[in-house]
Design a protein around this ligand. Sequence first.
Ligand SMILES: *Cc1c(COP(=O)(O)O)cnc(C)c1O
Length: 822
Amino acid sequence: MKYSIQKIASILGIKNQYLLEGEITQLLTDSRKLNYPQETLFFAIETRQNDAHKFIADLYGSGVRNFVVTKILPEWKSFTDANFLKVGNTLHALQRVAAYHRKQFDIPVIGITGSNGKTVVKEWLYQLLEEDYNIVRSPRSYNSQTGVPLSVWELNQNATLAIFEAGISQPDEMKYLEQVIRPTIGVFTKLGEAHQENFSSQQQKCMEKLELFTNSNVVIFEEDNKIINQSADMMVLLQKAFCWSRKYPDAPLYIRKTEKNGERTTIHYSFLNFDYSVTIPFTDDASVENAISCLAVMLYLNVKPEKISERMMKLEPVAMRLDVRQGKNNCIIINDTYNSDINSIKIALDFQQQRKLERTMKKTLIISDILQTGLLPKSLYKYVAELVQHGRIEKLIGIGHDICENSEVFTVGEKFFFRSTEDFIRSEIWKSFENELILLKGSRKYHFEQINELLEQRVHETVLEVDLDALVHNFNFYKSRISPNTKLICMVKANGYGAGAVEIAKTLQYHRCPYFAVAVAEEGIELRKEGISTPIIVLNPEVNGFEELFSKDLEPEVYNFRILDAFIREAERRGITNYPIHVKIDTGMHRLGFLPAQIPELIGRLKSQKGLKVKSLFSHLAASESWMFDSFTQEQIATLEAAHREICSQLGYPVWKHILNSAGIERFIDAQWDMVRLGIGLYGVSASGLSGLRNVVTLKTTILQIQEIPNHETVGYGRKETLNRDTRIATIRIGYADGLDRKCGNRNGKVWINGKYAPIVGNVCMDLCMIDITGIDAKEGDTVVVFGENLPVLEVAESINTIPYEILTSISPRVKRVYVKE
Ligand SMILES: *Cc1c(COP(=O)(O)O)cnc(C)c1O
């Protein structure tokens, strides 16, 4: 749908402003996601950390001509062919435009909120109702103050049902989302456990969430939850409640019982005095609750119980994120096989586009027929062809009857069409894929997981999974704790604490990390080769690696006179002036650095040359995590400050200073100064026990064999452990050559499997080890977590008397790194 810029101005209450012609189809808040510049309206949103007005000049350069702003900057004077709509609050303006758009549609709109399960319920409702409706829904978990308006903007004339989720992080936010979504059907999924909070604040949060349903026709929730029930009562929502209950037989939807058998759960329920049952292919409690919420919605929408049972049986797990995996022949696979409506195709193409660092790779799309859009195939594939063209796809593989029939609308360089997934597999053209960035996008019934299987490289089934969303969360978490004027240096030394420096740096560069630091020049060179253009500090530069340092713009740490003199000589020999260096002062760690007594001589040398310029002066804290040494830490801080004063006054130009590492940021925020150096915290480990970080790395492997071993037998090399009962022993595919420390053997360490801990039995072998899974429901092939969310690296480190740093950086290079991202 299109809106003229005049129309949008009037929605925003802007009158009497002269506007140039413009037609808007795209609302944009993230300047990196630009796709259709001429049709884009950019909202410059200000947050505490970021002011998006600073991206306007770049966007103008890329062809954007319509902006919603809160101020007009002098440097835009020459942008005379652009429209600037000035408002008091750009976020509210975005919400107002979306709310107006919403009002144009008189269709059922399902609004979902709650503390857990929103995305799953939304995706399941989509799976369950796609046969009956043309559905528009929020992409993935777009449920925030900006995500919701962007989702609602996707409503179009073909839609017959919409499903949006709404999440809030602060009081007062829901009323805005309510106006944007205006749900006719409200679903409250689950209310989180009452952590340390008391009942009244829980209830307040709950009431805040229920505000989403003020104007709905019906509200669906669990009657047995006292907090929700009382809150709904106080909000006067009870007369339109459609409750489900396990306790009260007179509830509109009464859950008589749930029965788990093997991999399924049967839910027996009564509705309008009749008894029915549905079976779902899941057994965990969260899935059962989510399925009941879906059941209630379907009953409310008059879907026949037989239909409900039939569809519930086929529910699929919800892929919450786009997987990025290493493929064969140097390909990278973006696997998004679970969703294939148009909206999600757009998002996946955007994601592929944004991976600019793989720009030398050919962009390939493998796509199936798109089902249930309500559009005629001809216009549907014309639209898809447009998306494909904008996504700069160079090779297209279309699979399915309809896409074959419409093959002529696609204008890409190479295109191939197949009637079925089997035809494609039989063609063997996939064997020739090389150096391609492949996006896999198929409807469920096309079983693209078979294609993924063929393309993915599987060498060793022990993987280190790196959650890039969690990494970004942690990055933003620390960023929000420091002042906007302090720069974050992200430490990617030691191959990014084992997680893989290249992928970590690519992700953080995309999120505008201002600085990286590595240990040795090679690591910096590798990053430059992979397209990292962010400034990089090299902590231990080799004196003979000058050529590469200078040519790759790597900024060395200088810690003694030997290094300093060598750099001065080399810079002068090459005629380089003002090359940036970072000077380290030893304030008490006694590892590397100039001692305070050497500062006068240091100043003398620096002043007598022109080749180098001190960009920053820094030092490293020896025990920032430990309160026992806080006065020592304070002394280190004071020593650096004094050194900085002395050097600055003598050099006559400003020099940045920094001293804080992760624990320092957590505990000595007053010393944040110009920069801070974030290491282990980025990877999800807080040395000072801070909460709020997300787990980033998970080391996983699989079970190769399970045997029942009788009492009194021994297990493993050296017969170190004699069993004292009949034991179920599983052998897993990880050993000390993968980085599993031998000290973890003989029950010092454990792993996490199917929700339980299993101790490591006997000595750890080179490529394998054994675990005791007596009483644990597990089978061969099951996944075992060596560390991760439920078994934190910190705990593993403590069990063998070391530190998380060593655990993380000891994972062998032969363990494949797999990157996941929403
Ligand atoms: C490794 C390192 C850091 C980061 O330390 P964390 O404890 O991981 O935050 C900071 N500064 C220097 C000089 C380092 O070598």
